[in-house]
Design a protein around this ligand. Structure first.
Ligand code: ADP
Length: 414
C-alpha cells in the first residue's frame, strides 16, 4: 500500500498499527533498497525510497522522514555530498543520517563524520542492527522534538507572564500615584495641621510608596527596553548635581537610617548628554543595594571621574584614540557577592541564591534596569566584589554621545 505522502506500508487493509517512524532509504541498487525496506517494514516503519542523491533531496521536504539511511557509493551524487546538503539546510540539519557503507576504512568514516553523519551501518546488512540503530535514532529525534516543543511552551508562558506582569504593574501605578499625592498633601499641611507622631506616620507611608513606585517604574522600563520601545530623553547633565540629587533621595527613602555616604568626585567634571532621570535611578538603585547589604556602621562611597574608554567599554588608563567617558562607582564594605553570582545578578530576577528569600522589596530587577539604562547610553556596567569585604558597582557613560559644552544646553530627544 502507498500512503498519500508516498510512504509504503507493509500491510494493506484494516486498521494499521501506529507507525514506529518513517525512514528514507537512499540507494542506487534496487536490490539493496528492497532488502532494507523489507527489514524496516516488518519492524513497523513507514519507508520512502530514493534511487539517488538528487531524488532523495527532492523528496526530503514532502516525505518528512525521521531517519535517512544513505548509501555512500552512488553514481549521481555520493552519500557524503547528500549528507552534507541535508545538514546544510536549516530545516533538515537535525535529521539523523545513517551512512550505509561496505567500506571499513577510517578515512571514509572520518569523511562521513565531517559530512555530519550520525551513525554507520556496515554491509553486509544485519537485520537486528538496522532496526536497533533506526529505533535509537528515531527515539532521539522524538525526544529532541518533545524538548523543543516544551521549550517553546516555556517561552510562550514566559512571555505571557511578562505581559501580564507589565499590565498589572502598569495598573498599579495610577492608584499608587493618587496615594502618594494624598500623603504629600497631609505631609505638607494642606488639609490642616498634623502633630509630630502623625507626621512621622505619614512619612513612613510616603517613603514606602516612593519605594514601591521606583520598583514599578524599574519593572515597566525593563519591559520597555527589552521590547526596544524605550527612547532616551537626553539633556545636558551635570554629574555633580546628579550625584547630589541621587544621594538626597536615597537618604529620604531610607528614612535617615542610611549608612554614611561619602562622595569622591573629581572636581570640574564636564556636563554630558544623558537621560538624567534614568541615570539618577541607576545611582539610586546602586546606593539602595549598597545600603541594604552593608551593616549600619559600614560606609558607602560614591565616586565619579573621567576616563578614556577601551574598545570593550571598560576604562583604560590613557587609551589613545579612545573616547572619553564618565566612570561612576558605588562602593560598599558590606557582605559582598560570590564570584559565581556576579554575572547572574544583572539578569532579570537574578539574586544571590544562598541568601534568604523574601527580603523586603527585593525583586532581582534593579540591576537589570541599571544594565539596560547604562547600555542604552552606550556604556557598560559591572561589579567587583570580594565576599565578606564588600562590592563596587561601576559603570561608564561615554561623553561622545553629546557635547560637554554648556552652550549647547538645548534638550535633545534621543
Ligand atoms: P534586589 O535588590 O531587588 O534583589 P537587584 O537586581 O538590585 O535586585 O540585585 C540583585 C541581587 O544582587 C540582590 O538580591 C543581591 O543578592 C545582590 N546585590 C546587589 N547589590 C549588592 C551589594 N551592594 N552587596 C551585596 N549584594 C548585592
Amino acid at each position: 500500500m502507498q500512503t498519500s505522502d508516498g510512504a509504503e506500508r507493509v500491510s494493506a487493509g484494516i486498521a494499521q498499527p501506529e507507525s514506529e517512524g518513517r525512514v528514507l532509504v537512499v540507494d542506487d541498487l534496487p536490490a539493496n533498497v528492497r532488502l532494507l525496506s523489507g527489514i524496516l517494514k516488518v519492524a513497523g516503519y513507514d519507508v520512502i525510497t530514493a534511487g539517488g542523491g538528487a531524488e532523495a533531496l527532492a523528496k526530503l521536504e514532502a516525505a518528512a522522514p525521521d531517519v535517512v539511511l544513505l548509501d555512500v557509493m552512488m553514481p549521481d551524487m555520493d552519500g557524503f555530498e547528500v549528507c552534507r546538503r541535508i545538514k546544510a539546510r536549516p530545516e533538515s540539519a537535525l535529521l539523523p543520517v545513517v551512512m550505509v557503507t561496505a567500506l571499513q576504512e577510517t578515512t571514509d568514516r572520518v569523511t562521513a563524520i565531517e559530512a555530519g553523519a550520525d551513525d554507520f551501518l556496515a554491509k553486509p546488512i544485519e537485520d537486528v542492527e538496522v532496526v536497533a540503530r533506526v529505533r535509537s535514532l528515531v527515539r532521539i529525534k522524538r525526544q529532541r522534538a518533545d524538548l523543543e516543543s516544551a521549550y517553546d511552551d516555556l517561552r510562550r508562558a514566559e512571555s505571557m507572564r511578562d505581559n501580564l506582569t507589565a499590565m498589572l504593574v502598569h495598573d498599579l501605578r495610577t492608584p499608587l500615584t493618587a496615594i502618594l499625592g494624598s500623603l504629600e498633601m497631609l505631609r505638607g499641611g494642606q488639609v490642616g495641621h498634623i502633630d509630630d507622631l502623625q507626621q512621622e506616620i505619614v512619612e513612613i507611608g510616603t517613603r514606602s510608596s516612593h519605594r514601591l513606585l521606583a520598583l514599578i517604574n524599574d519593572l515597566l522600563d525593563v519591559n520597555k527596553m527589552e521590547s526596544g520601545k524605550m527612547s532616551l530623553k537626553r539633556s545636558l547633565v551635570s554629574p555633580t548635581e546628579l550625584v547630589e540629587t541621587a544621594v538626597e533621595q536615597i537618604v529620604f527613602l531610607s528614612g535617615g537610617n542610611a549608612v554614611e555616604i561619602t562622595r569622591a568626585l573629581t572636581p570640574d567634571l564636564p556636563r554630558m548628554q544623558a537621560d538624567e532621570d534614568l541615570l539618577r535611578r541607576v545611582l539610586i538603585n546602586l546606593l539602595g543595594n549598597a545600603i541594604k547589604f552593608t551593616r549600619a556602621s559600614g560606609t558607602v562611597t560614591i565616586a565619579a571621574a573621567l576616563v578614556s574608554e577601551g574598545q570593550n567599554g571598560r576604562p583604560t588608563e590613557h587609551g589613545e584614540g579612545c573616547g572619553q567617558a564618565l566612570l561612576m562607582s558605588v562602593r560598599d564594605n558590606g557582605i559582598g557577592i560570590p564570584l559565581e553570582d556576579q554575572t547572574r545578578i544583572f539578569e532579570k530576577f537574578g539574586q544571590v541564591e544562598s541568601r534568604d528569600a523574601g527580603r523586603k522589596m527585593s525583586t532581582g530587577l534593579g540591576l537589570t534596569f541599571c544594565k539596560f539604562a547604562v547600555e542604552a547610553h552606550g556604556g557598560r556596567i559591572w561589579v567587583e566584589s570580594v565576599p565578606g569585604e564588600g562590592s563596587t558597582f561601576l559603570f561608564t557613560v561615554p561623553l561622545s554621545g553629546g557635547a560637554a559644552d554648556d552652550a549647547a544646553s538645548s534638550e535633545v530627544d534621543g
